[in-house]
Each structure stands twice: as C-alpha cells, then as structure tokens.
Design a protein around this ligand. Structure first.
Ligand SMILES: Nc1ncnc2c1ncn2[C@@H]1O[C@H](COP(=O)(O)OP(=O)(O)OP(=O)(O)O)[C@@H](O)[C@H]1O
Length: 264
C-alpha cells in the first residue's frame, strides 16, 4: 500500500522506498513496499516474527541488496557503505559495542574513523554524546559493567556521534524491562523532537509504538505485502480485521474473559 498513492508528498523525504521486494535468493518475503519517511518523524517498521522487519532495515542501510525496487536515502540512491561516510547512524539489536573498549572509546570510534578532528575535539564530542544520553559518569567503564538499558543508551550515543539527521534502530527496547524500555522511549522521543532527528526503527513492542511512533508500516508474512501504513493510533481502529487484531492483540481474550459463566 503506497502512501504516495494516497497523495503524500515525497519531495526531499529522508527515506523514499518505491516498489521494493525483499527476501533471500529464491524466497521473496515482502513485495511492493512503497513508503516515505518524513523529516523529523519517528517511523516504525512492524510485523510478526519472521515477517522481514530486520531484512527491510538491512536493505535500507545498505547491508543487503533488495530483490527489486528503489531506495533513496537523503535524496541519493541506496547507501554505498564501501565508499564514504553513510548519511545516517545505525543501532543494531545487541548494541554492538566493543567489549574491550570503554564507553567513551566506543563513541569516539566513528569520529576517529570518519573525521580529521584533533584528539581533544574527538574526546569532547564523545563526552557530549554520552552526556546527552545520561552516561557521562560511566564514560570510562567497559560495556561489561553496564545494565541493558545503559548499553542501549551508549549504542545510541555512538550512532549519533557524527550528528546524523537520520538514524535506524533495530529493536531498541528488546530485552529491557518495562520501566527501562519506557525510559529509552523517552530518550528517543526527546532526541527526535529536540534535534529534528528522523528515526526509523524496528519494534514489536506495541506500548513503545503507541508512545513514540508518528507513523508505522505493517509487514504481513502471509500475504507477502505491506498490510498498512499510517498513524498507529488510527490503525488501532482499522476496519481490516487482521490490522485491527495486530494493534489490539488482547481484544479477543478480554472479550472472552468477562463473558458471564453459564449457570450449571
Ligand atoms: N541471511 C539470511 N539468509 C536467508 N534467510 C534469512 C537470512 N536472514 C534472515 N532470513 C530469513 O528471513 C526471514 C525474515 O527474517 P527477519 O529477521 O527479517 O524477520 P523479522 O521480522 O525481523 O523477525 P523477528 O521479529 O523474529 O526478528 C526469516 O524467515 C529468516 O529466517
């Protein structure tokens, strides 16, 4: 279901996807994927387990080639990770911090790799990023000494080290308890709203989705298609039963649970 088919302007969108098919060798996961991510919005990729959410994200950041279709990132074609600085930050599911380095050293890495800044400036910027995610006090600790929530924050700091205007997060709240997950949502929301950051994230946490996402894309494994695109709060009331069920998973159970017990 293309948003542009419904008239949404696509000019200068940070992410534009048209007629994309994703999958592996001779196995197509999802076809005809078309959507735009608007500047400054938080856009979520949703779907059941194995639907292809991470595969789509990997295509968007240039790690895997799509089977077919177009991807435009920041007005260019698909990202070419082998040549030059990618115009976005990425946080993968596990955070992917280097265990042998301190948090500060982890955040310094992209600055050292992609800029010619003096060592003092690199250190200052890396500290500023850690401060931004509330981890300045932990700058000299290794990842092994941190909680799951702190590791995610550190990974976000590293993804933002080069001040990208666009970031991709794969399951940022995976493995976190509800309180830590809500704190992380607040951080993502604050970053997006205060720095005009465009965020594309994969999630399967509905609570988090309703809390932070402006719009979302629902992938459907059975029909190999995009089932819905739009505001998750509106999709909650979708007339399409499968979309309604996805956004209201407890609905049928709740209905059954308060039905009176028949007299014996
Ligand atoms: N490198 C690969 N080669 C072949 N098939 C793969 C590869 N990586 C993933 N797949 C398959 O593609 C399908 C989609 O995987 P993907 O990780 O994109 O799903 P997902 O929606 O992110 O699922 P989950 O929510 O469980 O993480 C799965 O059936 C998976 O086994």
């Amino acid at each position: 279901m293309s948003e542009r088919a419904h008239g949404t302007p696509a000019v200068h969108a940070p992410v534009v996807v048209a007629g994309l098919a994703i999958g592996w060798a001779n196995r197509t996961l999802i076809e005809n994927i078309s959507f735009d991510v608007h500047s400054g919005e938080i856009f979520a990729i949703l779907g059941g387990s194995g639907a292809g959410k991470s595969t789509l994200l990997r295509c968007l950041v240039g790690l895997d080639p799509p089977l077919k279709g177009e991807i435009h990132i920041e007005g260019n074609g698909p990202p070419d990770l082998e040549h030059g600085l990618p115009p976005f930050g990425v946080m993968f599911q596990g955070g992917a911090l280097f265990g042998s380095l301190t948090l500060l050293e982890n955040v310094k890495l992209p600055l050292e790799q992609w800029t010619r800044l003096a060592a003092r400036d690199v250190e200052e910027i890396a500290y500023a990023k850690l401060r931004m995610v509330g981890l300045a006090d932990a700058a000299n600790r290794p990842p092994s000494e941190l909680s799951g929530g702190m590791l995610k924050r550190a990974a976000i700091a590293r993804a933002l080290a080069l001040d990208p205007k666009l970031v991709f997060f794969d399951e940022p709240s995976a493995g976190l308890d509800p309180v830590t997950s809500a704190d992380l949502d607040d951080l993502i929301l604050t970053l997006a709203r205060t720095t005009q950051l465009t965020v594309v994230l994969v999630t399967h946490e509905l609570e988090s989705l309703f809390r932070i996402a402006d719009r979302c894309l629902l992938l459907d494994q059975a029909s190999k298609s995009v089932r819905a695109v739009g505001d998750p709060r509106a999709l909650r009331n979708s007339a399409d039963p499968s979309v309604h069920q996805f956004f209201n998973p407890g609905f049928a159970v709740k209905e059954r649970s308060w039905r009176p017990v028949p007299p014996t």
